[in-house]
Design a protein around this ligand. Structure first.
Ligand code: PMP
Length: 367
């Protein structure tokens, strides 16, 4: 039986989950190699390729962990000590990516957004890629600290033309923002379960192109064992063939729930899901404009999955909404942390037949 909900969670992850997901999370415990779990695991891997719009030969991974674990996998499997990379940095999570790569012994050239809320320069990326030693370009598709969306299509294209791999942190974007992994030629797109995929936290999810897998295979300095794609690869292949296999015990409940949530996304149609997020973001932006509030992202750069908004005339908005039953978040970017708030509008909360978003918009309009 579900515990009774007392408020609606509209932060930029974790977000609300569907009743069917709740049900899967409370199913009786099952062996990770039981037919039921093997089916869910295999089907979830297959569905990931479709949600990611990835090629048939791409490799999905479902790993117990958080978005940070997915970041660490990308930082350790695509490049090795001494390699050179570019990080397109639009905020807090770009800083984290750069730090991880530096700890891996990688030489990082960061291209920073010129001001908070801006897009890191694509001309500067083209310039940096004239150096043919650049092995990979890393970018945050949506930086959750600023609400800025990176032009991942152009970044992936520039990287590919330069013979470099492209890696995107989609933790606050995947299944909410348009991303066409195959068409754009991206190599790694990773996320975590608690955002637009609409599950509780606990899964690191990524799809890797064959070129990405080849980059790992060529490496002489191996990643830590538990993060190594080559350890996980045979297990993922076995699960996709519905065969039992073991490297590390998978979080079975979350995997059953993942299969259900990805199924909802595909039943709605991934293009419709993208549109739902666009419409949700437009509604929030129109409301903020009516309230005289200003977004952190510069014009045309705001993400569809969350809004980062300066407090303006509403410094008490987080508490005021809490009093009305909606949990939103404060700021995250260290330089402007006290000046803005964030609202997550992604996943189940913006889907059909769900009143969470309408309720929050109504509460905002009546503040
Ligand atoms: N990248 C981005 C863009 C994120 O929003 C987050 C989490 N807010 C992370 C990485 C890290 O994910 P986790 O908290 O699940 O480790």
């Amino acid at each position: 039986m579900q515990n009774k909900k007392t408020s609606t969670l509209m932060i930029p992850g974790p977000v609300e989950v569907s009743p069917a997901v709740y049900e899967a999370l409370t199913a009786p415990i099952a062996s990770h190699v039981s037919p039921k779990i093997l089916e869910a695991h295999g089907a979830a891997l297959e569905k990931m390729r479709k949600v990611w719009l990835a090629s048939d030969d791409s490799q999905p991974f479902i790993i117990g962990g958080s978005g940070t674990i997915a970041m660490e996998m990308a930082a350790t499997n695509v490049v090795e000590p001494g390699d050179k990379v570019v990080v397109m940095n639009s905020g807090y999570f770009g800083d984290r990516m750069a730090l991880m790569l530096e700890r891996r012994g990688v030489e990082v050239h960061s291209i920073f957004a010129e001001e908070i809320g801006a897009h890191p320069s694509l001309d500067a990326l083209s310039e940096a890629l004239k150096n043919k030693d650049i092995k990979a370009v890393f970018g945050t598709h949506v930086d959750t600290s600023t609400g800025v969306r990176l032009d991942a299509e152009v970044v992936a294209k520039l990287a590919r033309e330069a013979g470099a791999r492209s890696v995107f942190d989609g933790v606050c974007a995947t299944a909410g923002e348009v991303f066409r992994m195959q068409e754009w030629g991206a190599d790694v797109y990773f996320t975590a379960s608690q955002k637009a995929i609409a599950l509780p936290p606990g899964l690191a999810l990524m799809v890797v192109s064959q070129d990405g897998i080849e980059a790992r295979k060529r490496m002489s300095s191996l990643p830590p064992l538990s993060l190594d794609w080559m350890e996980w690869l045979p297990v993922m292949k076995a699960y996709e063939e519905r065969r039992g296999s073991y490297f590390s015990t998978p979080p079975t409940h979350l995997i059953s729930a993942l299969d259900i949530s990805l199924g909802h996304i595909l039943n709605r149609g991934i293009e419709n899901v993208f549109d739902d997020h666009q419409k949700a973001a437009d509604l929030f932006r129109a409301t903020f404009e009516k309230m005289g509030l200003v977004l952190v992202p510069k014009k045309g750069l705001a993400a569809n999955t969350l809004s980062a908004v300066y407090y303006g005339a509403h410094p008490g908005i987080v508490q005021a909404l809490k009093d009305r039953g909606f949990i939103i978040a404060g700021g995250l970017h260290p330089e402007i942390k006290a000046q803005y708030f964030r609202i997550g509008h992604m996943g189940y909360s913006v889907g059909e037949g769900n009143d969470d978003m309408k309720g929050l918009l109504n509460a905002l309009e009546n503040l």
